[in-house]
Design a protein. Structure first.
Lengths: 230, 369, 238, 230, 369
């Protein structure tokens, strides 16, 4: 098998950048939403839950369509973000990252929720009696205890971002060097007769990257577990 | 002064707590059988439980008042708690567990010395370990240290010494006494051990099925044995006040002076003049009609029988007045008959010096007796 | 007899739904249509899909199927034609004349030209060919936003994300928010052809009848209202 | 908005059937694989982990393509299954369920793994001392304790199956009444002029179904949690 | 017969266990300060820990032999364990927690009666509750019940009674005694309470820092006080064998016959003829040169001083030979001098009947004394 072409290398680098950005950007909102859903008792909790799950339930193309309508240059949120923060999503790698983050969000949130549910609240109470106000309790007790869930969520989010295609291409199309990620490139190969070899080549790269990511996550998880249980 | 004023009602499933007591003691012991509501009260004071109704005031500060809608959150109460089940932070090593409270206390307010507490509890070699690698008793000691090092305004201890050996307890007791008397940190102690309570408590609350059966200064409550029978307490005894009068270093003895007379006990470290509380367990006291001779017992207190109560089945509690101090002796009904014990009879109370093992002695300040 | 199974390119849905309804009305037989991208359909037929008829959106995948011996060559027909247009959002002031030497890059400025994927989507392939023919490709190739399918390119222009796009006339006509700025000359790109053929494994006798119905005059207006032209000439490979 | 056409109703029914089948069929393998990955120490564990994650990492179309090659009537596994078990996947609803199950598998496994990791092994030890052999320990202690994770995994698997499109349509095409699920039908609508209303109609149906599923899962989870913690 | 033969070496972090003992007792007590390795031994016997090296045999059945590669998995050992931390199943209610072991024991092998155990432990009102709603002591009782109802071949109890009140303990003790003696279920008990050990144990293993300091029949080990000082045990005493000789129902007393003489104790339920073990705590015994008169104490045992040991500081342990029974009295050094106590001197040991509270009496079978 031949090596990758320069354009393919560009797609690989871009995919890594997008997946990494999607994962990190969704981390804090993910923890916050997981917390709200797992612990909160507020009006609209159910609606938020449904909203978070939608990217999973809807075909990616539909999600991409909603993103375009909402976050496009003419969309209400997109226009707002551009005007006030100077952040443009349409046709930018940031848009690809946004699409990937949203598609991976339900997975991230679920993993963190599960971890939060298994935290012994008596430990949080104990921290409270030692003078820690709720935010501190969260940072020094809850957060470290849910790290395994956060790591699992990040793995899922990253992996999803590596494979996400439908929402991304619909939202920001496929522009080499800007928004053409590995899946877009693979897609192009699958659409032409005889493109199988190219598709396979990129698929293998994807697999290799995910092996690396999984290995890293397992290593991290082991470290965390050793910290907690050893 | 009222240090702790509790008046709460709370329902949990089929269990109803209805507790009301005002403790002016510096160490309030909660005593009662399993499931009587001790932990529930501790949780209410510590802010882990919001009682259905009632009021809790500590040193004049209202922590809970359901009528006025007051509920001070737990992190603002500065109440250190030693939980019945440890609750160490699994992700922190022993050192950081111990120092946890420090992160949240003002630097100025620190009284407990880390090294001292670590030493006292014998956990210096555990500092870098995780809680999951500790033995049961080691966990318990770290939990005690964690609460102490948070420099609390009030210390709640829910059976803190349950699985510790006697030697370790003997090391911890004096520290708790100092904390109570010198540090001015009131303590609420849950314990099933009468000797623990007798030694440490200045105020005792006896619970049964969520109700307060008796509450009052330790000396008073501990004398009333019948209350205790229900609550599972079988050891009655009198608490009397005494003063260190002299030391006999040759024999390793200390002579105390009480209203009842001189008491010879194993050597104490307290200087001459220290006021102490001494517990005379009813079962340790023998009665004699004549002043005995050739006996190994060093303490012979003359006095009069003030009353002869019925106690459980076989035994009879004989209340004595020894020079103004109330003393209780528990003897068999057979002895009562054989010796013809009745109110007014002059008798001698005989107590072995050895019977005063260190655990039944505690320093005290007279007004709390 | 069993329903016939038609594997058709997804862009044919509207037209084919009406044609098959008409056929059902006339004969009482039913045609079940699976609308998927042409490449997937070809691969599926290769994997033994129970299709009777294959309607591809371009010649490439029909050729692929023919080369693999998946179709009955004698039944292959170039059924429909379409044309390619340049679109802009409705009310746009953009004026373009599609003639050699076209300077599309300066019209775009920093904006994007929306079109189907130039290697994968038929409309993208035709668009690229046309722009190459007009000498405009080199100038715009870095400004192209390639979409997964031609409908997505239309959507980008319709939403105002891109000021220009290249789509089929059939798509442009249907969206009130876009206007056709210009139509590409027919000779600027390979002919846009939707071929159809019976599959090799098809045993359903109604399949040939349905194919004939597709080419009939009854079907013609139904295709034409959707903007297709009915070619009706026998096709071989390209 | 008009009601659904009969074909759309068919797609909705089929989607429910497929999602339900995918969820239930992947349950036992999901628990088993989660157990192996979380507790097992065997050669090839890492490889299994990567394999399980692949459907997430790869573009759905690629997964569909692999399925087509492997489980198609002419594929090695497909031929085997047909010959020995009489199970045919290609172009049947069973194939759609297989595709959905595989796409949702990483999500299901992760959720269960997280739950397994949070089980207190001392309880399992205690059950052992009471005479329970490992399989019994698993059934009467571990399994009930990981129920929240299993429920979460089922929700994710079901939701994913409701939204899965790329792998399904690539593997089993989109034949009305047999393999045309809601997402496939939505896809077809998005490919033609004037299809937006139809797409939106089906999207709303999808959302409604997922609200129902989420509500059901929350209710179940609450019951389970009450059983364990009340 | 050797019931329990343990010889294991195991390292955990910086802790090294090296324990070797052969218990022929039906109740083997593990005694030692916190962190001395008691739980580690319990875990090794129960199959929760695979020792680095060594051998464990229970009633002739080899459970572990690292040399031969034998390791019987825990579910095949039929060893019921009461864990130091409860470990109730949170998803099962109390009833199902209790019955858990039943699902896995052959129907024929069931000896413990559900109703009886539930009654004994006072948990009948908790049967439908979840463990998370129980108090600390309630959890502990359920854990005991769960182990008992599994009808084990051996019972491991790691501080099972630590947070129970005296009354509850007093109800559980006789059951454990019956189990030990009649049920033929050997018990390994970890405890910090000397009275618990004195009452129940037939064999005592004293641990310190992972090493066995002393092991042997309870009567022997408990007499040697110096071993215990290190291990945190302060209460020495003699165990002597006695027989129920008669009951005095009028006074609620029972007369026992020992080689040392007659002992009058509070009424026992045991029928005449029952053989008992009686613990005479050194600190409860007074010495008199003459036979005393007019004293409330009912027990006066004449004997000779066999030796006068130095004990801790102030006090001296005086070993007596009273008609063949060894008895220890702890008196002050001052008394030794004043009374001129020395080996050979005839003295009277005086013991209050009341001092024999029920906890220091246990039924026994003579060969195990
Ligand atoms: N995983 C481990 N790593 C290092 N040290 C350990 C580990 N587990 C236990 N230990 C140490 O082994 C020693 C013995 O522990 P063990 O639990 O047997 O004590 P124990 O006698 O039961 O004490 P306690 O009365 O406090 O329960 C302790 O000092 C403990 O700190
Ligand atoms: N969530 C609950 N639902 C129902 N009953 C409860 C709940 N929590 C506690 N109880 C009951 O309340 C009573 C008091 O519990 P508490 O923990 O205060 O007892 P305790 O005095 O501390 O006992 P122990 O000495 O055993 O720890 C117990 O009978 C317990 O069963
Ligand atoms: Mg409690
Ligand atoms: Mg232990």
């Amino acid at each position: 098998m031949e090596g990758l072409s320069p354009e393919e290398w560009t797609a690989v680098r871009l995919s890594l950048k997008v997946a990494f950005a999607a994962m990190t950007a969704s981390l804090i909102p993910g923890v916050a939403v997981a917390f709200l859903l797992e612990r909160g008792r507020f009006w609209g909790r159910q609606a938020l839950d449904v909203l978070v799950h939608l990217p999973l339930v809807l075909p990616p193309v539909v999600v991409g369509w909603f993103l375009l309508v909402g976050f496009g240059r003419r969309g209400p949120i997109g226009a707002f973000m551009e005007e006030y923060f100077g952040i443009v999503f349409s046709f930018r790698w940031t848009g690809a990252a946004l699409a990937c983050a949203i598609m991976g969000f339900p997975l991230l949130v679920r993993a963190i929720r599960l971890s939060i549910a298994s935290v012994d609240r008596k430990l949080e109470d104990a921290a409270g009696t030692l003078g820690a106000r709720p935010l501190w309790v969260f940072s020094v007790v809850t957060l470290p205890l849910i790290l395994p869930g956060i790591i699992a969520g990040m793995v899922l989010s990253f992996a999803k971002a590596m494979g996400e295609f439908g929402a991304t291409i619909t939202f920001v199309s496929s522009i080499p060097g800007e928004t053409q990620t590995i899946p877009s490139a693979i897609y192009a190969y699958t659409q032409v007769p005889g493109g199988d070899a190219g598709a396979m080549r990129l698929t293998l790269v994807s697999v290799a990257i995910s092996i690396g990511a999984l290995w890293l996550s397992e290593w991290l998880a082991r470290r965390v577990r050793r910290r907690v249980h050893a | 002064m009222t240090i702790l004023d509790v008046d709460v009602r709370h329902e949990q499933g089929s269990f109803a707590l209805q507790a009301r007591f005002q403790s002016d003691g510096r160490l309030t012991a909660l005593f009662g059988p399993s499931g009587s509501g001790k932990t529930t009260i501790v949780n209410a004071i510590g802010g882990l439980l919001r009682p259905d109704h009632g009021r809790i005031t500590v040193k004049g500060r209202t922590l809970v008042d359901t009528k006025k809608g007051v509920f001070v959150p737990k992190h603002r109460r500065r109440i250190g708690t030693v939980f019945q089940e440890g609750r160490l932070f699994p992700h922190l090593n022993v050192r950081h567990n111990l120092l946890f409270g420090r992160w949240f206390t003002p630097e100025g307010g620190r009284k407990a010395s880390f090294d001292h507490v670590v030493d006292l509890l014998g956990i210096a070699h555990l500092l870098d370990r995780r809680p999951s690698t500790l033995s049961g008793g080691e966990k318990q000691r770290v939990a005690i240290g964690r609460a102490l090092l948070a420099d609390p305004q009030l210390l709640l201890m829910d059976e803190p010494l349950a699985s510790l050996d006697e030697a370790r307890k003997a090391e911890i007791f004096p520290y708790l006494e100092r904390l109570r008397d010198e540090g001015g940190v009131p303590i609420v102690l849950v314990s099933h051990s009468v000797s623990e309570i007798a030694r440490l408590a200045t105020f005792v609350v006896v619970l049964s099925e969520g109700q307060v059966m008796a509450s009052g200064p330790a000396a008073e409550v501990l004398r009333h044995t019948n209350v205790f029978a229900q609550a599972g307490l079988t050891e009655a005894g009198a608490l009397i006040e005494a003063r260190v009068c002299g030391h006999d270093d040759a024999y390793g003895l200390t002579v105390l002076e009480a209203r009842a007379g001189a008491l010879t006990v194993p050597r104490l470290r307290h200087p001459v003049g220290t006021r102490l509380r001494v517990r005379l367990r009813a079962r340790d006291i023998m009665l004699s009609l004549k002043a005995p001779e050739g006996l190994s017992a060093l303490n012979v207190l003359p006095g009069f029988i003030s009353s002869v109560d019925e106690a459980e089945g076989t035994s009879v509690d004989v209340q004595l007045d020894c020079g103004g101090d109330s003393v209780v002796a528990r003897v068999t009904r057979k002895s009562v008959d054989e010796l013809g014990l009745k109110p007014g009879l002059p008798v001698h109370a005989i107590i072995k010096s050895i019977a005063f093992d260190p655990e039944v002695l505690g320093i005290t300040q007279p007004e709390n007796m | 007899t069993k329903d016939i199974v038609v594997f058709a390119a997804a862009s044919l849905k509207n037209a084919l739904d009406e044609v098959s309804a008409a056929w059902t009305k006339e004969t009482g037989k039913r045609a079940v249509v699976s609308y998927v991208a042409s490449n997937a359909l070809a691969k599926q037929i290769e994997a033994g899909a129970p299709a009777d008829l294959f309607l591809s959106a371009d010649l490439d995948w029909m050729d692929y199927a023919a080369a693999k011996g998946l179709i009955k060559p004698e039944s292959r027909v170039n059924l429909l034609g379409n044309s390619l247009v340049l679109i802009a959002p409705k009310g746009s002031a953009v004026q373009v004349e599609l003639k050699p030497g076209l300077d599309l890059a300066s019209i775009l400025g920093s904006n994007r030209l929306a079109m189907g994927h130039v290697d994968a989507v038929p409309a993208g392939k035709y668009g690229k060919a046309a722009l190459e023919h007009l000498g405009a490709w080199a100038g715009v190739k870095d400004r192209v936003a390639q979409t997964e399918n031609v409908r997505a390119a239309l959507l980008l222009v319709s939403r105002g994300e891109a000021p220009l796009g290249i789509v089929y006339k059939t798509d442009a006509a249907s969206d009130p928010k876009v206007a056709i700025a210009a139509t590409f000359p027919e000779d600027s790109h390979p002919p846009i052809i939707y071929p159809v053929a019976l599959t090799k494994d098809s045993t359903n006798p109604e399949a040939a009848a349905f194919l004939a119905f597709l080419r009939s005059d009854k079907a013609k207006p139904l295709f034409e209202t959707q903007g297709f032209t009915l070619l009706n000439k026998a096709g071989s490979g390209s």
